[in-house]
Design a protein around this ligand. Sequence first.
Ligand code: HEM
Length: 458
Amino acid sequence: MASPGRTSGAPWRRELQCCIKDSKNGKHTPRFWASGRDHAEEGIAITTDTLLGGLDPDLIVEIDVSSNEFKHNWVQHMINWSTRPPLYAVWNNTLMVMVGRHADALEVFSDRERFSVEVPRQPGFERFDKFYGVKALPQTDGANHDRLRKLANPAYGPAAMRRFEPELVHIIDKMLDVLPTDGSEFNMVDLFSDHLIVRVMLDGMFKLDDEQKAVFNQMRAVIPLATMLPPGSEFPKVYVDAFAATKATILDLIAERREHPVDDLISRLVHAREEDDRLTDTELHDEIFTLCATTLQSTSSAMGGLLITLWKHPDQLELVLNDRSLVRSAVEEGLRCHGPALFTFARFALEDTEVAGTPIRKGMVVRVATAAADIDPTVYPDPLRFDVRRNPQRILPFGWGPHLCIAQRLARLVLNKSLERILDRFPTLELVDIDFEPTYRGQVGEVVPDSILMRIPA
Ligand code: HEM
């Protein structure tokens, strides 16, 4: 595995050194902060001088977090970050603060006064705005966020999940029905994990027809394009078209469910009330867009991570097979060791500040590397050991604080029920090659397994 350390020859490092030099000469070379968050209306003015001047070059790691190298060697990088105070890394020519230790992660997640999820509306920040201006929960802060969250919360509450559980088990069983039981090899990603949450959400929770599902699936497919936009560029036509089709479908759905409510999540959101307050059509659109089009990958990827970790540790698998009360802890341990993402949504510093001594300038992009925090050895002793009896507490795959995943109860239910049904129905399921090295795809920060070859001996 490549070392996550620094090398002096990378082009971006030469540019950075040149920026620092220029800033000392009083010139601006706004390459790393092309966007500059020069927000007249917010009073934020940050230039390359103020961003780079005084930053400790020793805290800068030469990693492009959008590179294949980073995705391929993510474990090594997370091990490294899990013990270091926040450091600076590069993405698409932007210098970002990456926060890896557990305590530092909690500090950033919990402090909305200093770190906001709201994306500055100006050139250069397009790639952080993967929802194309939609103002939904993950990118809204303050009182507005809290109001939206209060209205939406009951739709994901324990009662709703209890009602949904039998249908969920039915969906999982239908999916498992297609696994070959004659000993032949199959790709568990293609046959199961990749479609899991799409089926659960679009069929089970939203009750969509095939045409509506195709629209949302197309949106899901083009979302990663937004995260790869060079600073200042337009959203690609394929993205804009998919967005328009999704918007039209959602507005139709809202009108239909208002007239004819059914027992689904959209009807629950349409009819959600908090005293006299309710979601407007725009808020409903933004909420449903976020849920349908953008949250479909995480649970599937987490399922893939769980399959990889548990089935690569036959002794641990054996323990769970013999004692189903360990399913819950095995799922939590899978999320800790191999969650679906390396870091969460971006935060933007609202003031000059620091975390654990690392200076953060007003306007800088800050990202919490939850995958690093979850293997912080000061919180999880022997952190790389996958132990289904560990029952890890305060893990961060769902974030923490005001933006804690609103659907974490649903995601956990899906993972628990899937594992239970797989173990019940196919106790001999095995990896074709227990030593296989997974490869990954997905948007920046995601770790979506490409393939998991398995078989069920006849
Ligand atoms: C294993 C599966 C999942 C994981 C690991 C996950 C992870 C996360 C994380 C880390 C956040 C916080 C992001 C941040 O603070 O920057 C989040 C927020 C959110 N997630 Fe999930 N998620 C999962 C499944 C889902 C599903 C299935 C849905 C939809 C039904 C969903 C809907 C949301 C929403 C709406 C938010 C924003 C909450 C807020 O900002 O108040 N998630 N999720």
